[in-house]
Design a protein around this ligand. Structure first.
Ligand code: HEM
Length: 224
């Protein structure tokens, strides 16, 4: 969503809340989240015999094997759609580098010493790009595994590489996913609601994303 669009809908909305996510952004986010959870359950079931019982939760091994690649395509499409929606807001800039230098203040809870943050903070941007490049690797290795019988035996190293890449990148994304859910949905009170109904309070916007708040509210209004 462009800053102009946010400002326009903000003016049209009530005084207390600021629009943060459009309906399209929220629908796409939850399609991606549901797809990822399905991939997580079925992928872990394929990864270890100790976790194979997870497949029973989603209809059994053969059903999981048939659906996993298709849901992988849905997840990929959702991330590509996110790229279309957010790549402008996700650009890493000087403000992010200044924020990264102030990480010691963040760790010591000295939030007043942190530089103001735009629509997304540095951590959110790193998460987005890490997920985006991971999904490309997962897609390429996943397609190789999907049609693995089509590969001649002389190219078996491609199959081995695909197995290694698919599993290790998937494990990496699980780490990202756990951090994301903790940071976005648990740590920052008010964030979860913004991904459900689309709005945040002015106080939330001022506290966590001050430069963005100043842009969308058309001035540097202090809220406490
Ligand atoms: C149950 C799972 C998930 C929950 C509860 C969740 C929750 C949230 C929340 C509350 C936000 C808004 C954060 C804010 O504006 O401060 C958000 C944003 C976002 N989510 Fe998720 N999410 C989940 C899964 C995923 C997955 C699987 C992806 C995969 C790419 C993802 C990608 C993003 C991105 C890129 C953003 C915007 C930047 C950010 O806040 O990190 N989410 N999510």
């Amino acid at each position: 969503m462009t800053t102009d669009a946010v400002s326009r809908s903000s003016a049209a909305h009530n005084e207390e809340m600021v629009p943060r996510y459009t309906l399209a952004e929220r629908v796409n986010h939850w399609i991606g989240a549901l797809a990822y959870i399905y991939l997580l359950i079925t992928g872990l079931a394929f990864w270890s015999p100790y976790l194979y019982w997870l497949a029973a939760v989603v209809g059994g091994g053969p059903v999981a094997r048939a659906w996993h690649p298709w849901v992988g395509l849905i997840f990929t499409a959702s991330l590509f759609w996110s790229f279309k929606q957010w790549h402008g807001d996700m650009k890493i800039d000087d403000a992010d580098r200044a924020w990264a230098k102030a990480i010691p203040n963040y760790i010591q809870n000295e939030d007043d010493k942190l530089p103001p943050v735009g629509r997304f903070n540095y951590g959110q941007k790193l998460f987005f790009w890490a997920m985006f490049y991971s999904v490309i690797l997962l897609l390429l290795s996943g397609i190789t595994l999907w049609y693995t019988e089509a590969l001649p035996w002389s190219l078996r190293f491609v199959r081995y590489a695909a197995i290694l890449i698919h599993a290790s990148v998937a494990l990496f994304t699980i780490g990202l996913f756990l951090i994301h859910v903790y940071m976005s949905a648990i740590l920052e009170e008010g964030s979860f609601g913004s991904m459900v109904h689309g709005y945040v309070t002015r106080a939330w916007a001022w506290t966590f994303h001050r430069s963005w708040y100043e842009q969308v509210s058309g001035g540097s209004r202090r809220v406490q």
